[in-house]
Ligand binder design. Structure first.
Ligand SMILES: C[S@@+](CC[C@H](N)C(=O)[O-])C[C@H]1O[C@@H](n2cnc3c(N)ncnc32)[C@H](O)[C@@H]1O
Length: 298
């Protein structure tokens, strides 16, 4: 996601320094880089007369379009498989802007598909914990970054659930105590934004858990913290380790997604899918019994 002014180092996306502070340089800045250009263009098109919410969703012009994409994939797959509910998760909530956007997209796609969408955010609440591994990018993130104002966020959460505590404790507890809810609303989308290799490794415990009925056979994932890192540290390393340990449950980048997503958005490079090859529903057709046909053009 594009967070103006929130990153301070070249490695995390400011190779030419921070955003200028006004005037033509400011506008030029927005249009010079694909990430900021995409967000600025979406804001602009949304303001055009006649561009309503349906068009904004169809063309990915909403806030945090990567979350909208994830919720759409989750609800569509759930509907195809005959589920009446699905759960979407944000790991790493901080102030809560992402969780509120996720909740808004959940309302939209619940109305569009008839699938009930539960929204759950996991966060420590007190800012980043201390790094536990050199691959946590300890040169970028320190303990106490991103403290949450819990009262303020809870006042705006609506039906979304906020689970506070270190996910090493809260996630296993949640999977245990909410087993029935998850069975009725299996997880279909996960936004990973915990910054650390170690925390991401813990969050991927969701996919290690033995109960198939708690997750859809394919779970769309968004990895927020890939840009500017390398494959051997951070989120990328956590995914690589998971894949090495669980060859039957790979997590891989969606190949070619940019090419068939409106406006060629940079976030498409950060969309992954967890394929649970041993899930009993894995081979059920998503496309309907007749599927696609490719007759001769002439
Ligand atoms: C970059 S912030 C999340 C930003 C948020 N997704 C947004 O879009 O505004 C990362 C968050 O991960 C949380 N976090 C990191 N490791 C954690 C852990 N082991 N348990 C719980 N929360 C953790 C921190 O508390 C922090 O708020």
């Amino acid at each position: 996601m594009i967070r103006r002014g929130s990153r301070t180092t070249a490695q995390k996306g400011h190779p030419f320094g921070r955003r200028p502070s006004g005037g033509v340089a400011d506008v030029l800045w927005d249009w010079s880089k694909s990430g900021t250009r995409h967000a600025a263009r979406s804001r602009l098109i949304r303001r055009l007369p006649g561009v309503g919410s349906a068009a904004a969703y169809r063309f990915g012009l909403v806030e945090r379009p990567h979350y909208a994409y994830g919720v759409r994939r989750a609800t569509e797959l759930a509907a195809r498989l005959g589920h009446r509910g699905v759960t979407v998760v944000e790991f790493g909530v901080a102030g809560g802007n992402g969780l509120l956007a996720l909740a808004e997209h959940a309302r939209h796609y619940a109305a569009a598909t008839g699938v009930a969408v539960r929204v759950v955010g996991f966060d420590g609440g007190a800012g980043m914990p201390a790094a536990r591994d050199p691959r946590d990018l300890p040169y970028l993130f320190g303990p106490g970054f991103y403290v949450m104002d819990q009262d303020r966020l809870r006042a705006r959460l609506g039906a979304a659930e906020l689970v506070i505590g270190d996910i090493a404790e809260t996630l296993p507890d949640y999977l245990d105590t909410r087993a029935d809810l998850l069975r009725a609303h299996p997880v279909g989308f996960v936004g990973l934004d915990l910054d650390y290799y170690s925390s991401t490794t813990t969050a991927l415990g969701l996919f290690r858990a033995p109960a198939h009925e708690h997750v859809l056979p394919r779970v769309t994932c968004y990895l927020d913290d890939l840009p500017g890192t390398i494959e051997q540290i951070g989120e990328a390393a956590a995914v690589a380790d998971f894949n090495a340990a669980h060859p039957g449950r790979p997590i891989g980048r969606v190949l070619g997604l940019r090419a068939f997503t409106p406006f060629d958005p940079p976030w498409a490079d950060q969309m992954y899918v967890h394929h649970r090859l041993d899930h009993p529903d894995y081979a059920r057709l998503e496309v309907g019994a007749t599927g696609d046909q490719l007759p001769l053009d002439r």
